[in-house]
Design a binder for this molecule. Structure first.
Ligand code: T4K
Length: 399
């Protein structure tokens, strides 16, 4: 195979994305029918019947008493933090999508970044306790890439220090650990239904909790703070989910098992095809849990592979394989967070290392067997011609 950096012709004619909307033919048909239903009813938002139906289905799937659907995962986190009355500092990983940290800053909380575990890529309970101060009000775990945090140890720490424990489960629709499904951990968990997620409502998210009072407070605050028809006792906002979004979610529901199964098969194709390629290691999935296989995550070891993650990223983009560096750099390296705490020296060696090496591959390419095979061949060619590729990168610096 000749690489596009030499020929100027990408192997893939159309771009292959990591995350993009999934829409099966029957999902589209169900969506259109549900949308017609909403128009026939002439009821398009404000806790409509489709939103209520969706909430029931999500709560049942995640084996939790309450699901409060809102218009994004980020808003869901903000409302949850407000409803829990969090104050001062919250401990969270820097290795996450910015939304986790942003939601806390919007609530006037100070994010305190914690390092991650090298094996799971999730918040490291061993590092949490020493970050706790008198100002800490919560620990926020983030279940990333289909893996679930070490909930048991985080719960022990939270109880010992009388802290709230919540989880950003934006990426963990229908995942579980042990016998517990995501949704039942900590005080509450937050899902995202963004268009690029395995389960989408265009934009959307939800808070899952077994706490009825907490769910009521969030229900009220997503609707300007109204309790019943007229009373407003707290500051609310408009974070409601529309009927169109709920229709999209309901239409997608039956497709979830097949999407997860397709993701699992694709992940296995990558792992089998590339198991002997030096310097590319795919993420371990939790043995005692269920992943949704929505992300295929690898770590690049430049020494063994011959080419750095950043150069490999450029080479793959030249081939129209639009791999993503989730999450690089970590939040603490973003100028906004550096300016927020300019005098803080973060002690995050694993985050630094992993965010320099992580690469997410397309988990749902159009022709999985053929496309994974082609992507694998590109990787092998890069490894075989590493010196040439490195020379190309040096003579073609990134603009
Ligand atoms: N916490 C975590 C751990 C999260 O991962 C996220 C979201 C959140 C919190 C916040 O939840 P939300 O408030 O979003 O509900 C994407 C998503 O926008 C974001 O939702 C997601 N995480 C994050 C991991 O990925 P970007 O900026 O990297 O990619 P984006 O949305 O531009 O799309 C990626 C590619 O997909 C594009 O290059 C083109 C393609 N695409 C995208 C859209 C939206 C399409 O082909 N069609 C589309 O409609 O953030």
């Amino acid at each position: 195979m000749e690489l596009a950096i030499i020929t100027g012709r990408p192997t893939f004619k159309s771009p292959i994305h990591v995350g993009f909307p999934i829409m099966e033919d029957d999902t589209r048909e169900r969506f259109q029918n549900l949308l017609s239903e909403a128009f026939d009813r002439n009821y398009l938002t404000n806790n409509g019947p489709l939103v209520r139906r969706l909430e029931t289905q999500i709560a049942e799937l995640h084996e939790v008493k309450h699901c409060v659907a809102v218009c994004s995962g980020t808003l869901a986190q903000m409302l949850l933090m407000k409803a829990l009355g969090l104050r001062g500092q919250v401990i969270l990983p820097s290795f996450t999508f910015l939304a986790t940290a942003h939601a806390s800053v919007w609530q006037d909380l100070e994010p305190v970044f914690c390092d991650i575990s090298r094996k799971s890529l999730l918040i490291d309970p061993d590092k949490v306790e020493k970050l706790i101060t008198a100002a800490t009000s919560a620990i926020i775990g983030v279940h990333l890439f289909g893996n679930v945090c070490d909930v048991k140890r985080l719960r022990t720490i939270a109880r010992k220090h009388d802290l709230k424990l919540i989880f950003d489960a934006a990426q963990s629709f229908n995942c579980s650990k042990g016998r517990t499904t995501v949704g039942g951990f900590g005080d509450a968990e937050v899902l995202s239904f963004h268009a690029t997620k395995i389960f989408s409502t265009f934009e959307g998210g939800a808070v899952l909790t077994d706490d009825a009072h907490l769910a009521d407070r969030i229900r009220s605050s997503r609707n300007f703070g109204f309790e019943g028809d007229a009373n407003v006792t707290t500051l609310g906002i408009n974070a409601k989910m529309s009927e169109a979004s709920a229709a999209m979610g309901l239409a997608s529901f039956p497709a979830i098992p097949e999407r997860i199964e397709r993701g699992r098969r694709t992940f296995e194709l990558y792992r089998d095809r590339l198991s002997s390629l030096p310097g590319i290691r795919f993420q371990d999935f939790e043995e005692q849990g269920q992943s949704n296989f929505h992300y295929v995550v690898a770590l690049v070891d430049e020494g063994d592979f011959g080419v750095s993650r950043d150069v490999l990223f450029r080479v793959l983009h030249e081939e129209n394989v639009l791999v993503q560096k989730y999450f690089s750099p970590g939040c603490h390296r973003m100028p906004f967070y550096r300016n927020l705490s300019p005098n803080t020296e973060w002690d995050l060696p694993v985050t630094e290392d992993i965010s320099d090496r992580v690469l997410c591959f397309p988990s749902n390419p159009p022709n999985p067997a053929k496309d994974v095979d082609t992507i694998s061949t590109i990787l092998m060619t890069v490894h075989q011609h590493a010196d040439e590729v490195v020379r190309w990168a040096k003579t073609n610096p990134k603009m």
